[in-house]
Design a protein around this ligand. Structure first.
Ligand code: FE2
Length: 577
């Protein structure tokens, strides 16, 4: 049975293919059309899903969409009637529903076939149930507490659920306009980070700040009745500014969320490019602090209501790895499973698996052990791309390649590492990565000056051999998808200075040999040269979506000052080219 999951006409459009209950392929459209956070129809992703198993669209039995315009309709109508200025927005949303109805023709167009031949059934699933499904059905557990939170989806910002067997029982919904995601985004905009997805940058800035505004920011978001409420004086009403706009070219644009009440409280907002002042850092500190406080409060509530010990989680806010790392100290949960594509691209997998288990009542069998669900490329294709680019390269056997790359990293070089299937989700986890030495004091500046050009305050992440994590970090719960930030042990901080953030933490990836043998072996080879079972791992890109195809990796290697590129079994050195 083939189920195609879709996230479409929504940020991070994506497609995922579930074959007899196993997720066999998944990809966000941005990786293929190279438009970051693309929000149109994922036509190329659909094709890539089908090509991965040699299927045709006529072979698909079910289409599952992680959005349901009819969900929470009563709340939407209520809000629109109470806020007449937003009726237009409400109408716009209903119009989008019409676009969804044309799914047969959209898919037929994407793969150029006759819509009459399509035989699939279409299922729509509420946004946050799809998020929770993307975590629960991929987790190894038969029972778990489910949590999803983000800016908004189907008029909801937060969902608490109890998951057992094939079913997800919704315990609580927090309706718009109350949204922790909107709160974070609004504060980011105020301190000059206005692009969709900039929240991660502010999370990195937060530890540079001090506890100056935490009390004040509590006026903006407050705990209330077991959940939370926003003080709407500080937020523009939904729809009045077209909050998150999907542009005709498929990009996403944010409009100003905050009102003049913010200016009265904190002064003029910072514009992008302006100097970052202590005020901005202190506000970053406060937003992260208040976000965590509400997050832990909601999780404690969920623990009580669900009577489950294990937590599954998704939604864009679940990418807040700092909060994820602290949850063990502030809630009774002892184990988490977080969907690597916690943002909206993950809806494709959630909707597809929910259709399989909850709608079609098929038994559970999938456990997502790694995130390598994207395309891979043959040796011939890679070699062809290297030749076309006119690069000199060496083809190497397995061990010599690992040894050569480890030696390069150990001597302080920056290496592009392109191997196997591309990662699903926003993190590069050792298949589309740029690698470097984690213990050289200048490495962060070198990477930024030569390749990444990121803000000075953003940390780089460490990949560590899973069984060595407790030696270097203060917490041993695994972080296979780079979604937890833990403190680095005091005695190891100097050794890991290039990945040790200002607050002595690191957003680690724990690498098990079973999940990625090649990357694991490379880290081991690096340890033999450097004494460290850790490699600095940043995504293979330069202000663009992470590279997907070999041509994009080669292009990135050629236009940046990377020292070497290990692509499949080939090693390319800058000094020879
Ligand atoms: Fe979402």
């Amino acid at each position: 049975m083939l189920i195609l999951g879709l996230n479409m006409f929504h940020a991070d459009a994506s497609a995922a293919l579930v074959q007899d209950g196993e997720v066999v392929f998944a990809i966000a459209e941005e990786r293929l059309n190279r438009v970051k956070h693309y929000a149109g129809f994922p036509a190329l992703a659909v094709k890539a899903c089908l090509d991965s198993i040699g299927a045709k669209i006529t072979d698909i039995d079910h289409i599952a969409v992680g959005q349901d315009s009819d969900a929470n309709l009563a709340q939407k109508v209520q809000y629109a009637l109470a806020n007449p200025a937003k009726i237009l927005n409400f109408i716009r949303l209903r119009q989008r529903k019409q676009a969804f109805r044309g799914i047969h023709s959209l898919l037929a167009n994407a793969v150029e076939c006759d819509p009459e031949q399509l035989r699939f059934q279409v299922h729509h699933l509420e946004h946050h149930i799809a998020h929770i499904a993307s975590a629960y059905y991929c987790s190894p557990w038969e029972k778990a507490a489910g949590f999803s939170y983000d800016g908004s989806g189907d008029f909801v910002s937060t969902m608490l659920a109890r998951c057992e067997g094939n079913d997800i029982e919704v315990l609580e919904r927090v309706y718009l306009p109350h949204s922790l995601g909107s709160f974070y985004t609004m504060m980011c905009e105020f301190i000059g980070y206005k692009k969709y997805g900039d929240e991660g940058k502010v999370m990195g800035l937060a530890p540079y700040g001090k506890d100056t505004y935490c009390e004040t920011v509590r006026r903006i978001v407050a705990l209330n009745n077991g959940i939370f409420r926003l003080n709407l004086d500080y937020f523009k009403p939904l729809g009045s500014n077209q909050g998150m706009r999907l542009m005709p070219d498929g990009t996403v644009r944010l409009a100003r969320h905050f009102t003049d009440c913010m200016v009265r409280l904190f002064g003029e907002p910072r514009e992008p490019g302006e100097e970052i002042t202590q005020r901005d850092m202190d506000l970053a500190y406060a937003v992260q602090h208040c976000f965590e406080k509400v997050f832990f409060h909601l999780l404690n509530q969920l623990h009580k209501q669900s009577s489950c010990e294990d937590l599954v989680m998704a939604g864009g806010c679940a990418l807040n790895s700092v909060a994820n790392g602290k949850l063990f100290a502030h809630t009774p949960f002892r184990r988490t499973w977080i969907q690597p594509a916690a943002g909206d691209e993950g809806l494709a997998i959630g909707a597809a698996l929910h259709t399989y288990h909850a709608v079609l009542k098929q038994p559970r069998r999938h456990h997502m052990k790694n995130s390598y669900l994207g395309p891979e490329y043959t040796r011939e294709r890679i070699e062809g791309a290297l030749k076309k680019a006119g690069l000199r390269y060496k083809r190497m056997e397995h061990e010599p390649l690992l040894d050569a790359v480890a030696a390069q990293i150990a001597q302080g070089d920056v290496v592009g590492w392109f191997q196997g299937r591309m990662e699903w989700g926003p993190r590069a986890l050792g298949n589309r990565s740029i690698l470097a030495h984690p213990g050289l004091p200048q490495m962060k500046d070198v990477l930024n000056a030569r390749i990444k050009h990121r803000e000075w305050f953003r940390p780089f992440a460490p990949s560590i051999l899973a069984e060595r994590q407790a030696e270097y970090f203060e917490h041993s719960h695994p972080s296979p998808f780079m979604l937890h930030v833990y403190r680095i042990r005091a005695e190891k901080r100097a050794q890991l200075c290039a990945v040790n953030h200002v607050d002595d933490t690191g957003r680690l990836q724990s690498v098990g040999r079973e999940e990625n043998p090649l990357y694991y072996d490379l880290i081991q080879a690096f340890e033999r040269k450097s004494g460290l079972p850790v490699i600095l791992n940043t995504s293979f890109n330069e202000n663009e979506p992470i590279v997907c195809a070999p041509e994009e990796a080669i292009d990135c290697f050629q236009r940046t000052l990377m020292d070497a590129l290990a692509i499949g079994p080939h090693l390319v050195l800058k000094t020879e080219n």
